[in-house]
Design a protein around this ligand. Structure first.
Ligand code: ZN
Length: 245
């Protein structure tokens, strides 16, 4: 079974559609949160995500901010403006959908959190030291996270109770998720990558072989930028898409 892994779509329907076109057939999907915020097509993105097969979907901090579950004042100025716009733009049924999502979850073999297990809403898990503090907080071999918009994988060298060393692993073409190594894996962001590569990021897990394959796909950034400017959102939110920052 192929499972699509997406995170941090952020209202960018152009990027999401490019990911779906690139992914081919899949039987299940995991969305790690932040369907909305920053981008100009939150309703279209929620409708597209909701239609994915066998979907498991988390709430991200922006999803929680857009529905008032957390205070928009806790966000940066640009994010806050985008959230205020998103909150007005959201159709009631889509707001209801976001309202029933949680920022963390558990599958049999994979733990899920928008940001981290320690703080599912806000932590930016960027260092091996932070990862080490999180490896004891899930039982499964793998924890998938989003939030930083940067594809990153941390590997621990022991069982849950005896993690002594954590290493960051980058630039791999594939991982064997169930080879005995415990991992925290971030697929990166569909709609607003921040690693200097503006292409949409996502991943596919093959549950039969246990392989995790990261993917990058170009999309029509100009179209996403036009949507952002057309609804009056800050131009910086359009500019950054082209920079991948
Ligand atoms: Zn995000």
């Amino acid at each position: 079974m192929r499972t699509l892994i997406v995170s941090d779509i952020h209202g960018n329907l152009d990027a999401l559609n490019a990911v779906l076109a690139d992914a081919g057939d899949f039987e299940a999907a995991i969305c790690l949160g932040d369907i909305v915020g920053y981008g100009a097509q939150p309703n279209e993105c929620i409708a597209t995500v909701r239609a994915l097969p066998n979907l498991v979907c988390l709430a991200g901090n922006h999803d929680l901010g857009a529905t008032g579950r957390i205070d928009a004042a806790t966000f940066s100025a640009g994010a806050g403006r985008a959230l205020a716009w998103t909150r007005h733009a959201l159709r009631p049924d889509n707001a209801d959908y976001l309202n029933q999502l949680d920022p963390s979850g558990d599958l049999a073999k994979i733990a899920l959190a928008h940001a981290s297990r320690r703080d599912p809403v806000w932590e930016y898990l960027e260092t091996a030291q932070q990862a080490a503090a999180n490896f004891g907080l899930f039982d499964q071999a793998v924890c998938l996270i989003g939030q930083t918009h940067v594809p990153r994988t941390f590997e621990a060298d022991g069982a849950r109770s005896e993690t002594t060393r954590v290493a960051e692993r980058i630039d791999y073409e594939q991982l064997d998720l169930f080879d005995g190594t415990r991992r925290i894996v971030n697929p990166g962001s569909v709609g607003q990558p921040r690693d200097g590569d503006p292409r949409a990021a996502y991943a596919v897990v093959d549950s039969r072989s246990g392989t995790y394959t990261p993917r990058r796909v170009p999309y029509d950034i100009g179209s996403a930028q036009e949507h952002i400017l057309a609804v009056g959102l800050p131009s910086s939110l359009a500019t950054r898409l082209a920079l991948g920052m």
